[in-house]
Ligand binder design. Structure first.
Ligand SMILES: Cc1cc2nc3c(=O)[nH]c(=O)nc-3n(C[C@H](O)[C@H](O)[C@H](O)COP(=O)(O)OP(=O)(O)OC[C@H]3O[C@@H](n4cnc5c(N)ncnc54)[C@H](O)[C@@H]3O)c2cc1C
Length: 324
């Protein structure tokens, strides 16, 4: 029996615990270092039990599908908690009810008919939530079908595209803190902006799920819209190469991709990391890129765009861990 097994047994944990887990396996850039401790809980109760048991002072990082994340090559000293394939429940808040409700959030809906609120745990992939809503006759979730992250990641990032934004649909969220205590919080407990979400209090919590509301829709039309939006992505984004979507936020009134392209940076390469020739705000891993290669390209793009256009790009991707 190794130390991990002993820890699981001692704390009656039911998930998967690994030491020195390569995070390249869990991030869409397929690059970067290892997490010293890696835990994939069996469910939310098991996650809370792990947080109570993990007494080490190191930080804890929640990871969904790692589609917006880079772990530097020296790795992470703390614990990664993987929600994908772990916190997977999705249901109507009104216990299995799939009919339309006039009172979607318990408040008179001012005549707008929509789907009963949907509760999705943090590890549910956003495209799964989009299809769930469409299948049950809800609308306005189609844009989520193309965001290759989880509900937890979408909540943390306020993910959005094609006019949709995650927090436009949030009624409430469920959170957990470092002591494993769960809370339900109102949307008004958060300050929300473009790719930005912060608790109004000093709360140090993560999302274990979100309660969402969506308007009425038509299943066939929603499915067709999802196919149309996905085709648009295939045409404009380098989806066959490992990437993390848009690296930089769009500056007000402009597009990061336009600025980067105007500096002739398409195709710029360091090691095996390259500014995509297909979409200038994407950096692709050509095969075997290190996190340092990717970060060096990000730094170069930032410096060049600032020097040539005066615009300071703000990173959308999250970079964590230690350099080697
Ligand atoms: C091809 C491609 C296209 C993309 N298109 C879009 C797009 O159109 N719009 C868009 O907004 N994004 C887009 N992205 C970026 C990415 O998919 C989103 O940011 C997504 O919401 C990230 O979810 P994730 O589960 O992968 O998060 P991760 O990458 O795992 O984590 C991202 C951040 O969220 C935090 N986090 C994750 N889970 C939780 C949790 N449960 N509680 C608290 N914090 C948490 C992490 O700690 C990290 O800081 C794209 C990415 C790719 C690869």
């Amino acid at each position: 029996m190794d130390m991990s097994d002993a820890f699981l047994i001692e704390h009656a944990l039911r998930g998967t615990l690994r030491r020195d887990e390569p995070m390249a396996r869990h991030v869409s850039w397929r690059a970067g270092g290892a997490a010293r401790t890696f835990y994939q809980p069996a469910d939310v109760d098991d996650l809370c039990a792990f947080l109570r048991a993990f007494a080490e002072p190191q930080p804890v990082l929640f990871v969904g599908l790692g589609s917006n994340l880079l772990v530097r090559d020296g790795g992470l000293a703390g614990a990664v908690i993987l929600t994908h394939h772990a916190l997977t429940a999705i249901r109507f808040e009104n216990r299995g009810q799939t009919t339309f409700s006039d009172e979607a959030d318990g408040v008179p809906s001012r005549g707008k008919r929509g789907l009963s609120p949907v509760f999705a745990e943090a590890g549910v992939p956003a495209p799964h939530l989009a299809r769930f809503v469409a299948k049950h006759g809800g609308g306005d979730a189609e844009w989520m079908a193309g965001v290759p992250g989880t509900v937890g990641g979408a909540l943390a990032m306020n993910a959005g595209c094609y006019g949709g934004e995650t927090w436009n649909h949030v009624v409430a969220v469920e959170t957990v803190d470092r002591r494993g205590e769960r809370r339900r919080r109102a949307k008004s407990d958060y300050e929300i902006g473009y790719r930005h979400v912060a608790p109004r209090s000093a709360a140090d919590e993560w999302f274990v799920g979100g309660l969402f509301e969506f308007g009425p829709g038509d299943t066939a039309q929603s499915m067709a819209r999802m196919r149309e939006l996905l085709a648009r992505r295939v045409a404009t984004q380098p989806l066959s190469q490992p990437n993390a979507g848009s690296v930089f936020r769009n500056p007000p009134g402009d597009h990061a991709a336009r600025l980067i392209e105007s500096c002739a940076l398409k195709g710029f390469t360091i090691g095996a990391a390259q500014v995509s020739p297909k979409h200038a705000n994407f950096i692709v891993n050509l095969g075997g890129a290190s996190a340092a290669d990717i970060e060096a390209v990000i730094d170069h793009v930032e410096r060049t765009v600032r020097a040539k256009t005066g615009v300071a790009l703000i990173r959308e991707v999250r970079i964590v861990g230690d350099a080697r």
